[in-house]
Each structure stands twice: as structure tokens, then as C-alpha cells.
Design a protein around this ligand. Structure first.
Ligand SMILES: [Zn+2]
Length: 107
């Protein structure tokens, strides 16, 4: 294996066709159907890449662009805390998603 090949991401899943196919399914964070424009499906790195977490399939979820943009580079736990402080109705969905994904939910 050449060194250059090792510089490629481990996985780019879910690929663009997977994102397009997700149109109409519900965003796991807000529960709204994903659609074109603001609720377009996008790839979220559950544990942020900016904090050194891997670009692997089990660290990615297909979520709507609105939620992905709002979460930004926060970890799910930090985003959940922010949603709770703002009494954002997505907090319950995000906590459920974290439990299903095996991520510790902050008290
Ligand atoms: Zn959403």
C-alpha cells in the first residue's frame, strides 16, 4: 500500500446517492422529513472530526442540513446541553439518538 493511499479518508459513507435517497425520511435530531433546501439530508460526524474523531461509517449519521449547521463542531453532548437550555424541542430526539448510538447522555 502506498503512502498516498493512506492519506485518503477511511470512508466517505454515506455517499451522495445515500444522502439523496434519504430525502423524505425523518431527521433523527428534529424529526422533520428531510427535503430539498434547508432540510436537505447531510452527513453529520456524530463525534466531531474537528476534535480528532474518525471519519468512519459508525461515526456518521444522515441528518437535515438545518440541524447539522446548528450543531456545528459541537459534540452531541454539548449540543444537547445547549438545546436543553434553550428549551428546544429537539432535545428529546437528540437524547434518544445518543442512547441508541451508545453515546453517554449528559445528566
Ligand atoms: Zn433536523
Amino acid at each position: 500500500m502506498s503512502g498516498a493511499a493512506n492519506l485518503r479518508p477511511v470512508s466517505t459513507y454515506p455517499s451522495r446517492p445515500v444522502l439523496v435517497a434519504a430525502i423524505g425520511s425523518r431527521c433523527p435530531y428534529c424529526g422533520e422529513p428531510m427535503a430539498c433546501s434547508l432540510r436537505h439530508p447531510s452527513r453529520d460526524h456524530i463525534r466531531p472530526r474537528s476534535r480528532g474523531h474518525a471519519l468512519t461509517a459508525d461515526n456518521q449519521a444522515v441528518v437535515c442540513r438545518t440541524c447539522n449547521t446548528d450543531k456545528g463542531s459541537l459534540s452531541l453532548g454539548r449540543w444537547l446541553n445547549r438545546l436543553r437550555r434553550a428549551a428546544d424541542p429537539r432535545a428529546g430526539n437528540v437524547a434518544d439518538f445518543m442512547r441508541q448510538t451508545g453515546i453517554e447522555v449528559p445528566g
